[in-house]
Structures are given as C-alpha cells and as structure tokens.
Design a protein around this ligand. Structure first.
Ligand SMILES: C[S@@+](CC[C@H](N)C(=O)[O-])C[C@H]1O[C@@H](n2cnc3c(N)ncnc32)[C@H](O)[C@@H]1O
Length: 442
C-alpha cells in the first residue's frame, strides 16, 4: 500500500497529463462522446465522480482532489504469474449516413485545419502528388485525378490543379465541406479543372463513366482503418483506370503500429474514486507528443492495407509477442522523473512515482503510418519510425484502457497479444476492434 501525495498534482503537471483526448483528428461524433465523458456531471458513463466534472478544467481539478486519497498500488499478477487484460470498441456508426447524430465522417473546422497544417503530413502528400503527375510521358495535363474526401479546403485537389493536372474530381460527403471547397476553388480560379461532386464515394459514378489515372484518399484514422478506408477503397477501385497499380493510389499503403504502453493518469487515478470501465472500451486518445504515454517495447506492425491489393476479406487476426524492454523502462523512468520534478515533486516522490508508472502496462497503444508513393519512399509517420518515439502529428495515439488498474511489469516480462479487428468491407458497417493480452511475469 502506498499513499500518493498531494503535491504531485500541481496545475503544471496536470496540463501535461490530461485525460481529455487530443481533438486534432477526432470525427465529430467522437468529440461529442468525449465531451460527454468529461463535461456532463449527470452522465453515468463518466469516469469521474458525480458533480466534479462539469468542464475539462474541473475534471482535471477532480484529479487533483481524488489523487490525494488514492491509496492502492496497481494489481499484481495472479499466482500463475499471468494476468489477462482486454478491450473492445467500434468506430462510430454512420460512415454512409448524413443523418443527425451519425456523422462519422464529419470533422470540425479546427480538425480540418490541424490536418492541413500538419507539417509531417501535408508537404509529403504535396510531394507525392507532384511527383506522380510528373512521372508520366504525357505530363501532368494528361492526368485525371480523383481526390476522395477533399474536405473544406479542397486541399489536394488544388495542389493537383496547381501542378498542372488536366482534370480533377473532388468527392466529398459532408455538405458544409462541399460548400467551402467550391468557394475555395472558385477563389483560386480552378473551376474549369476541379469538379466537386457531393456525396459518398460508394454512391457516385464519375461523369460520363470517366475514371481517374490516380486517386488521392486521405481518409486514414488514428487506427488506420477506423475512418472506413478499407470499405471505401475497396469500392473505389471502380473509379480508377488501373487500380491494381500501386502508383495509382496516394497513399499506396496504410499501416497501424502497436506497442504496450504505460499511462500516467491510469496510475494516479484509481478505483473506487475513478472508474475507468465507464469509458466502455472507448480508448483514450493522446497527442503523439504527450509524454504521459510511454511505450514499453519496440512497435510491431498490426494493420497493413495496400490500396492496390485490397481484398474483401477484412478480418485482421494476429498473435503478437512483446517483451518488456528494460532500457525503455529506464528511459521512461528518467523522462517521467524530469516531468514530476518540473511539477515540483520532491526527489523521493518523483523517483517513486516515475518508477511505478514506467513499470506498468495500461494497454496496447496504436498509431498510423502512411506510405504515399508506389515506391514507398515518401512516408508519413505519426510517431517516430521505427522506435515509436514521441513527435508532432495531428493524428493521435490510441490507447485502450485494458484493465481497471495498470498491471506492473519488469524487464523481460512477456505480453502475448491476440488481436481481432473486423475492418469491414461493407461501407455501412463500422470497423470494430478487439485486443486481448496475457501479461506473463518472468
Ligand atoms: C480526413 S478528411 C481529409 C480532408 C482533406 N482531404 C485533407 O487531407 O486535408 C477526410 C474527408 O473525407 C470525407 N470522406 C470520408 N469518406 C468519404 C467517402 N466515402 N465519400 C466522400 N467523402 C468522404 C470526410 O467527410 C472528410 O471531409
């Protein structure tokens, strides 16, 4: 038994370890869901005690209060030295629906802006589009481009037009985005080149049964398939002249990487005051720079979808074995220690907190990686590749809380993971994700 001390959670520490997810790429329905978790004091699904979570600020304030009375260490493995943890969740319904409350594909303006301004994403797409346009003997003007999910700025459609594409079709399901996209295109004088088509791509045929030479489709979620890319691209094969050529898709391949992770707040805020099960499987989403999440092993590839070779079989079943890396625990302990010291903890308190947190597992973290060109040389990484280090990205790192309490681990412990993703070839069915893990103490 151990008592967490009050002074750990001065305001500066709380800011860097917030529960509220990074909203940079949250579909609107997910944002609303998170808002309800943190904002509505009467909400029975909130992990916070009643009457203490009316705003994000006061939710964090709640952390301060309750952390002072938390007095349990995380659960230890059972007698067999193994503990089972799991999580299951679905992407939000409504990929193919514009009905109120079913806006899976709709984003807030700030989210669209975060995507556009992401320096680790947009310039690479620009490079891939320009290189692809210039790679053909007929030059850019011979090319018909499809921008699937053009968004409110018609960003990639305009890049293609500026680079000399002969024709660009820009498909967009979200009406508000369509209106802005058209206005933007008009302002820049590209109405003759770019044709915006409103609707879901699976319900659209290009004018005169035209087909694109290549398609740009940035519909990649923080778990790569969670925004419906699998079903959408499977269907969109019919809109591209030679869909089996990797060079005709930007991105040509999308991936999700995974690694076991520790999470600071999961260690600090424990039952009964905090009930993480109230998240109902919904993962916590982190800014990829957030030091509150630390990886415990080298990342492993879990989703790998090549757009030119997409199959109707959409089940992803994998068994993975991670071994907890002692060097990572040491590095993570040091960086957490620094963080706690900056939050004015005493050396002793910081040392103990850093050690406990760095030696615990909350769940299996997931994040995306995109290979843009046919040769797979133009890459977009949301975390550093290959080690999964922190870096700036508008995509998030997704972390399911797989146990009520964090599970303590040490160097050499094994984490055997069964992963069952049903990414669905049906545009009407939201992808669903299940992860089971056995943590074996060595
Ligand atoms: C992540 S945003 C990207 C916007 C823009 N292309 C960019 O990269 O900044 C994806 C956009 O695609 C749209 N979208 C997703 N799936 C779609 C589909 N099947 N048909 C039409 N639009 C879709 C969404 O409404 C959203 O505006």
């Amino acid at each position: 038994m151990k008592t967490f001390v009050t002074c750990i959670l001065c305001a500066t520490a709380v800011q860097s370890f917030s529960l509220a997810p990074s909203t940079s790429r949250l579909p609107r329905v997910k944002s609303e869901l998170y808002a309800s978790l943190t904002n509505d004091e009467s909400n029975s699904s909130s992990p916070f005690p009643p009457n203490q979570s009316t705003t994000r600020r006061s939710a964090l304030q709640t952390f301060l209060t309750v952390a002072t009375v938390s007095s349990t260490l995380p659960a230890f493995a059972d007698e067999a030295n193994s503990i089972h943890i799991s999580a299951q969740w679905s992407a939000v319904d409504g990929l193919n629906s514009l009905d109120e409350g079913k806006k899976f594909v709709s984003f807030d303006t700030s989210a669209y802006r975060a995507m556009m301004d992401d320096p680790a994403r947009t310039p690479f797409f620009e490079k891939a589009i320009i290189e692809r346009l210039n790679s053909v003997p007929g030059g850019p003007e011979s090319q018909t481009v499809l921008d699937l999910g053009t968004g409110p700025f018609a960003l990639f459609a305009i890049i293609a037009a500026q680079a000399g594409a002969g024709k660009v079709y820009a498909i967009e399901a979200n009406r508000e985005a369509v209106i802005s996209a058209r206005a933007n295109i008009k302002k820049l004088g590209f109405e003759d080149i770019i044709e915006v088509i409103e609707g879901f791509s699976n319900e659209i045929t290009l004018p005169n049964n035209d087909k694109a030479d290549f398609a740009v489709a940035e519909i990649i979620g923080s778990v790569a398939t969670e925004e419906g890319a699998y079903a959408t691209i499977l269907d969109a094969q019919r809109l591209v002249k030679d869909p089996s050529n990797k060079a005709n898709w930007i991105p040509s391949r999308v991936q999700t990487y995974a690694a076991p992770a520790s999470y600071t707040l999961h260690n600090l805020f424990q039952p009964p005051a905090f009930d993480w099960t109230k998240l109902n499987g919904e993962p916590v989403r982190f800014n990829c720079r957030d030091e509150g999440l630390q990886l415990l092993s080298n990342p492993v590839l879990v989703e790998d979808v090549c757009f030119a070779d997409i199959k109707a079989n959409s089940k992803i079943e994998k068994n993975l074995k991670f071994v907890v890396d002692g060097e990572r625990i040491e590095d993570n302990t040091s960086s957490l220690y620094e963080e706690f010291r900056r939050a004015r903890l005493s050396k002793k308190e910081a040392e103990s907190m850093a050690k406990t947190t760095a030696s615990s597992v909350t769940g299996i973290a997931l994040w995306p990686r995109l290979l843009l060109d046919g040769g797979e040389t133009i890459q977009v990484n949301s975390r550093k590749f290959p080690d999964g280090g922190h870096q700036k990205s508008h995509w998030q790192t997704v972390l399911p809380i797989m146990n009520d309490l964090p599970v303590p681990v040490k160097a050499g412990d094994e984490i055997n993971v069964d992963l069952n993703f049903d990414v669905s070839p049906d545009v009407l069915k939201p992808p669903s994700y299940r992860i089971d893990a056995d943590i074996i103490s060595k």
